[in-house]
Design a protein around this ligand. Structure first.
Ligand SMILES: *[C@@H]1O[C@H](CO)[C@@H](O)[C@H](O)[C@H]1NC(C)=O
Ligand SMILES: *[C@@H]1O[C@H](CO)[C@@H](O)[C@H](O)[C@H]1NC(C)=O
Length: 572
């Protein structure tokens, strides 16, 4: 597999062939009238500033890959569980020879060399100064400022490509997509000053949720809520945790957490570190990330003995979005024995910040990794119907990547009798159409709410979240103290841990891992493994948002998982 991708790479290394030709006729490929909400143009971009541009090439047959993905992910299909090999995925994703040669000739004419940055060669990267980029693309790259944060980025509101290349090129990036500083979907840390560092928690009592779980959620609470076993996993199936924006997971905080809240497992239990794009995992305790600590403590602390990899994505050569693609690329390139069977990610964007082609391409990368058998779990966001963060809005703001149809989006609940959390993002995509696995559920929901919020959301879009899990008042250790945090950031690793434990038992029984989950989750067997959550709303944009109801809803999805029922549903 590594050999395969290396050969794609070398065939795509386009070296400059100095062969000046007349300038080709150009045609506008993409344009937008205004920068994304919250950004202003502040100056022209310095002519000599080097830009790293990515060129997304038309893939061979994404519709074919989608069909193949559903065939292996739908429990009703004869091919269920027969995940694809990288070679099989490559055949769908690899651009055609015509596409490769059309694009390489154009770049060569302009003395530009490129490197493939995805495993199957559908994304090239070039590094050229602003002046050359303006010339190559008939563009006007400028500096844009994100007003709220002051962060700047170089973008253009329009660019052109030669006539005829539109059949071969999806988009150049970054051009029209605006990425604001990314926020993890977690609240501020609220210290618990009186908390002792020694073990205080009783062992979990099956079937009874301790009353304290109404105010403080611990691994023992989650075991009680969702019937999660404490017995250690026995296979090497991995759980990956994504780390972005300089969020570091601290080993000593993890030890402190385990000593207090998982006294039944060795406090030396830890994670494996993997880095890309210059990522690091600094261990200065005061620099620990709340998000990273939460994600690590509630995977290692819930998915007992499942090997956990913390994947720290740095920001080298990245504008925030590139790292999202690079982590997927890295996992696709790994041998199957090392690749996590579940990846939990608690970060996201507002869908409208990205252009449709860019969003589509990222979602297609999830399709590839899903086809290889990895379950992709994303937090749904913490701004209710207003997206990843609270802000003024009229129309509801869906969140990416959570609303990509090939990932599983996790909303939040709280309370002993679980209620949808008011911050739990949910709604409907404007970019992705409704996938068939959820169309009947969504139709029922829409019929039930009538004209509520009419005009503020897209009734034909992919609906999210798919499921929910507790996400309020999670106790974590951070910077040597205990405290509480809230967010769908807590829900995602909780749900991911449950899937990782199910995968462990499947592998132990000689069966394939679950892979892309949604067709199973929405099947009659799958949905029976969820506690339907029927109350709670997710306000935002000066509305009450959506309401949870019987059946699927855009606050809590199908509901919260029950491990014992999930085991039965997968035939264990
Ligand atoms: C990332 O950038 C830093 C600072 O420029 C540099 O020291 C480091 O080598 C880079 N890492 C990678 C993997 O490119
Ligand atoms: C609504 O969603 C559909 C399906 O993805 C999409 O084609 C359409 O453009 C969306 N409408 C708007 C106004 O965004």
């Amino acid at each position: 597999m590594m050999i395969l991708s290396a050969s794609f790479l070398s065939s795509l290394l386009l070296l400059a062939a100095a062969k000046p030709m007349g300038r080709r006729a150009m045609t506008v490929h993409e344009s937008r009238a205004e920068p994304a909400r919250g950004f202003v143009k502040s100056s022209v971009a310095p002519a000599s500033k080097e830009l790293t541009l990515r060129i997304s090439l038309k893939q061979n047959d994404m519709a074919g890959l989608e069909k193949a993905l559903y065939e292996v992910s739908d429990p009703a299909s004869a091919l269920y569980g027969q995940h694809l090999t990288p070679q099989e995925v490559a055949a769908f994703v690899k651009p055609t020879a015509e596409t490769l040669s059309a694009v390489s000739s154009w770049l060569s004419e302009n003395d530009i060399s490129s490197t493939a940055v995805t495993p199957f060669g559908d994304m090239l990267e070039i590094k050229i100064p602003v002046s050359q980029a303006n010339d190559l693309l008939s563009a006007e790259f400028a500096v844009f400022t994100h007003v709220e944060s002051g962060s700047t980025s170089v973008r253009t509101l329009e660019y052109s490509i030669p006539v005829g290349l539109g059949d071969h090129i999806n988009f150049f990036h970054p051009t029209l997509s605006f990425t604001r500083p990314m926020a993890p979907s977690v609240s501020a840390f609220r210290p618990l000053p009186s908390k002792k560092v020694v073990a205080t928690e009783a062992a979990p009592v099956a079937d009874a949720v301790p009353a304290s779980c109404a105010n403080t959620v611990t691994p023992a609470c989650l075991q009680a809520f969702y019937n999660i076993p404490t017995t250690p996993a026995t296979t090497s199936t991995r759980l990956g945790v994504s780390g972005f924006i300089l969020q570091w997971a601290n080993q000593l905080d993890l030890q402190q957490f385990l000593r207090s809240l998982r006294t039944d497992i060795p406090s030396s239990t830890t994670f494996t570190l993997q880095t890309l794009d210059g990522g690091v995992n600094t261990q200065t305790r005061s620099q620990a990330g709340v998000e990273a600590n939460l994600d690590i403590q509630y995977t290692i602390g819930v998915a007992t003995n499942v090997p956990v990899t913390f994947i720290s994505v740095g920001e080298n050569g990245s504008d925030g979005l590139d790292g999202f693609l690079d982590i997927i690329t890295t996992l696709i390139n790994e041998p199957a024995s090392q690749r996590p069977s579940v990846l939990s990610t608690s970060y996201g964007f507002d869908e409208s910040d990205l252009t449709r082609p860019v969003a589509n391409n990222l979602c297609n990368a999830y399709m590839q990794l899903g086809a290889l058998g990895t379950s992709l779990i994303f937090s749904s966001g913490d701004g209710g119907v207003s997206g990843s963060q609270s802000k003024s809005c009229t129309n509801f703001i869906p969140t990416l990547p959570s609303d990509c149809p090939f990932v599983t989006s996790v909303g939040s609940t709280g309370g002993i009798t679980e209620v949808g959390s008011s911050f739990s993002s949910g709604g409907f995509s404007n970019y992705f159409g409704i996938p068939s696995y959820q169309s009947a559920d969504v139709a029922s929901y829409l019929a039930a709410i009538g004209s509520t919020n009419s005009g503020r959301f897209n009734r034909t879009g992919r609906a999210f979240p798919d499921v929910a899990a507790q996400g309020e008042s999670f106790e974590i250790a951070w910077n040597a103290q205990f405290g509480l945090v809230d967010g769908t950031s807590a829900s995602a690793p909780t749900f991911a841990s449950i899937i990782a434990l199910i995968n462990d038992q499947l592998v132990a029984a000689g069966k394939p891992v679950l892979g892309f989950l949604n067709p199973f989750l929405y099947s009659s067997a799958g949905r029976a493994a969820f506690n339907d959550i029927t109350s709670g709303t997710n306000p935002g944009c000066n509305t009450n948002g959506f309401s949870a109801r019987a059946g699927w809803d855009p606050v809590t999805g199908l509901g919260t998982p029950d491990f014992v029922k999930l085991k039965a549903a997968v035939g264990l």
